[in-house]
Design a protein around this ligand. Sequence first.
Ligand SMILES: Nc1ncnc2c1ncn2[C@@H]1O[C@H](COP(=O)(O)OP(=O)(O)OP(=O)(O)O)[C@@H](O)[C@H]1O
Ligand SMILES: [Mg+2]
Length: 657
Amino acid sequence: MERPATRNDLEDDASTHVLDERTPRRRRSRGRRAGGLWSGPPEAEDDDRPSQIATSPLGVEPIDLDPVRGGYPGGRLVLDRYRLEGKLGAGGFGVVYRAWDEKLEREVAVKVIPKDGDGPVPQRAAREARVAARLNHPGIVALYELGQDDEAVYLVSELVHGRTFADLLKGGALSDRDVAQIGTALCDALRHAHDKKVIHRDVKPQNVIVVAEPAAGAGFAKLTDFGIAHLAIGDPLTRTGDVVGTLAYMAPEQAEGERVTEAADVYSLALMLYEGWTGVNPVRGNGPVATARRLGTHLPPLRSRRRELPDDLAAAIDAALDPRPDCRPTLAQLRRALDGVDDDLSDEGGLVEPATLERFGLTRVGRARVRDPMTTDSLPARVAMRVAAGLAAAGLTLGGLTALGPTPGWSPLAAAAIVALLTAISPRLGWVAGICVVIGWLGSPGTDREGTALLLTAAAAPVPLLLPRAGLWWSVPALAPLLGAAGVAPLYVVVAALAPTPWRRAGAGAAGFLWLLTAEVVTGHNLLFGVPAGVDPRAAWETSLSGGASDALFPAVGSTAILPIVVWAAFAALLPVLVRGRALVLDALGAAIWAAGLVAAHSALAQLEAPDVPLDTARGVIAGAVLAVVVAVAAAGAGLVSPPEDEESFSPRMATP
Ligand SMILES: Nc1ncnc2c1ncn2[C@@H]1O[C@H](COP(=O)(O)OP(=O)(O)OP(=O)(O)O)[C@@H](O)[C@H]1O
Ligand SMILES: [Mg+2]
């Protein structure tokens, strides 16, 4: 695109009235108050009315500023620096333009708020904008400058190429999962702001711009109008534009003029998401008065409108909409609830579909996408994953029913088929059903394999706890004994490392070792360090619960033979720290260092475990480690390894059915 001629100078221009330079500097005083500049009551020195601009009658209608309509002749230069190019939209206080920053030669968005008088922008508003300008987060539209001239106040910010949540919602472009993912991104953005003592106070669908591609994380949805609450809110009833649209998302305590805390943003965000899932903002009435009347009332529970939404999610949203700020969850809790159900929600018709992106002119963001190999957005791949999970659970069921005791009178194959079907429909339910069938059969009085049933229970029960809600991962630990049988047990650690979060990687690593050890105990084969000392052959204990405990379970888990569980969990969690999917050479180097560490850790384990295990070196550790390097590098190249900075926090993440 041809740009206007630029002066390309970086000198300060006297005619540019940048408030940061005009308002008194009180740097030392910033943030000194408990609760921060934004969260406490107004300071005594704020004699200027915070809502001075907002409450003005706005003599000029926003549309008058439209260059196309002649208010500002095409390409008008403001603040002697920003060339207004085209209108992006209009709100209650002004018009937002796409503009060209002639000094820094970049695109920006300029919000033009017509001035009501000659006075400067209220000190408090200016100060808050300065604080907001220091926020730096991919989920927050960066505020570059707040300036003014005789006619207007100008808020200059990052130009976002995207569509507002409001537009997308209206156009039916958001799937249930999109809404949850936008919510997650906004939780992160707000957490960053709250950490810096900035409360947004105007979270609403018009102030959220969605870029594209949910998997891009925090940069996927961006909050605008940060730090201008005092410029832009004021008394909502006196403003022009979408009065109801502003009131309808406002936390009750905020509308009442009471002290506003972070919980106000939690409320507004939850209400926006509620609307995202139901299509209805339950606060919105036919006009400002009707809307104001509904503020602070208990809203209909989310599940009353969307019965099929997960319980935990609905409970968190309902709690976030509690009229009492103290009863609302924190952003971290809300985020966990959103993230935990992410994969339980449908993505049909949403932003993952190219047709939707195209319809809304959304472009994909450039950032590399990190995928959980167990979850993918393409329908055939999702079906394939479920079929694979179904087959794995069926295989375990069939193996358990035929190899560990007398064959049942009923068809194990039919049972396995039912388990496969159930798992494909609901991975967690199917897996639990399969395990229960096997353990139930072995432990039933006629079968008389209580000892084996106990061992299997000890191996299976921790899996859902180690991999919470990640049902598609629950059969994966069975790979550990299989790889052990092939003589490359440590290769399993790299498989566990493909899980998307550190906790899930650690959980998958730990569960894999648990299954490997159980397989050694149950089969009597040496798969890694061998059958622990004190464990008797299965024939000695399989028929007795107490025998299973004393002659198999306790010697295995109560000795040093259990120690590799820690090493497997740690190495699975750590792989992405060294293998980041950025450059092949670096990945290969990182993977080699990781594999060397894995080998070293196994030789240390061999020393530690010497009194309790038969083998003095880990079986297949070198071959497993070498293969692990190959798998790690290939997986990183395919975008299946999650670098730590792509993860929001080192906290348990609950997702995946
Ligand atoms: N930084 C930006 N980049 C791209 N588009 C933007 C940006 N900021 C705002 N817009 C667009 O301009 C429109 C108007 O924004 P504006 O903030 O003026 O209105 P609003 O949010 O509806 O009301 P309010 O006056 O309460 O903020 C937005 O809906 C959005 O489409
Ligand atoms: Mg806005």
